[in-house]
Design a binder for this molecule. Structure first.
Ligand code: PAF
Length: 278
């Protein structure tokens, strides 16, 4: 595996693949890699001849500066993990390399970013689109892999790709969970042992919610989920929404297989998200 720090070196390294039409798969990450990321890299490895993984903590997608400062950075360990799962190029640029000057682009995602994370993290998806478009320009992948834990992000990226006509196939990959159900996240490593014991309640509540579909109205179900989470020690719901899987707009009635329950929960200073198909 080669570690590359500049766009120019990456473009050069990948030029021969493009010339000989070797398929390039890409997994963008912010590092602090866990088995969820590794499963994306493994899927990418199976489906492409060349695997590129980026590690870049993107400042423009953090609306909270303390969240950016506290985001875990474990580059050495990340590179070690990537080298053992068949990554060909690890792209780990500096902030100056990705943003030589301020990115002032404003993306219009219609109603997709007017709900959930878009409301609670203003500017977040604009920052995600800024960096993902810059990474796509540098890598020019045939396929790019994103986890479904960030369900809204996946929809936003698909929209951005359509708007900007990128010739890349976006592959959504299932959430990878710990044995007790907790969705894997780089933020989990910031939980105290006590918080770690309590957070599986998030996934358990989402599963219970799925089973209760049809037994009560969607509004009652939403209240039931919020109460159950908030009654778990140390957990505070930021939002729980039941939305249409395509438009991401809040649903008013049950439609089979067309809805997604999406939640954000504060656990002390850590913020976790999860979702489930209903
Ligand atoms: O999902 C993430 O880790 C980030 O939002 C991404 C897609 C790597 C962009 O910084």
């Amino acid at each position: 595996m080669e570690v590359i720090e500049t766009k120019e070196a990456l473009t050069q390294a990948l030029q021969s693949c493009r010339d000989s039409r070797i398929s390039i798969g890409f997994v963008p990450t912010m590092g602090a890699l866990h088995p969820g990321h590794i499963s994306l890299v493994e899927q990418c490895r199976k489906e492409n001849s060349m695997v590129v993984v980026s590690i870049f903590v993107n400042p423009t997608q953090f609306n909270d500066q303390s969240d950016l400062a506290n985001y875990p950075r474990t580059l050495e360990e990340d590179l070690y993990k990537l080298s053992s799962v068949g990554c060909n190029y690890a792209f780990a640029p500096s902030v100056k390399e990705m943003y030589p000057e301020e990115d002032t682009r404003k993306f219009d995602f219609g109603m997709l970013d007017k709900v959930m994370e878009g409301v609670h993290r203003p500017g977040h998806f604009n920052g995600v689109a800024q960096i993902v478009s810059r990474l796509f320009d540098a890598v020019q992948p045939d396929k790019a892999y994103f986890g479904e834990k960030d369900f809204q992000q996946l929809a936003i990226i698909r929209r951005m790709v359509a708007m900007m006509n990128y010739p890349v196939q976006i592959v959504g990959c299932s959430i990878v969970r710990e044995a007790d159900g907790l969705a894997m996240s780089s933020r989990n490593m910031r939980l105290t042992p006590e918080q770690r014991q309590n957070v599986p309640a998030i996934a358990h509540t989402l599963l219970a919610c799925k089973e209760k579909i049809g037994c009560m109205s969607l509004d009652e179900l939403k209240n039931w989920v919020v109460d159950r989470i908030n009654n778990t020690p140390g957990l505070q719901t930021e939002y729980f929404d039941i939305v249409d899987r395509d438009s991401l707009q809040p649903a008013s009635e049950y439609k089979e297989n067309a809805l997604q329950g999406c939640i954000a929960v504060h656990v002390g200073t850590v913020r976790l998200i999860d979702n489930i198909r209903l």
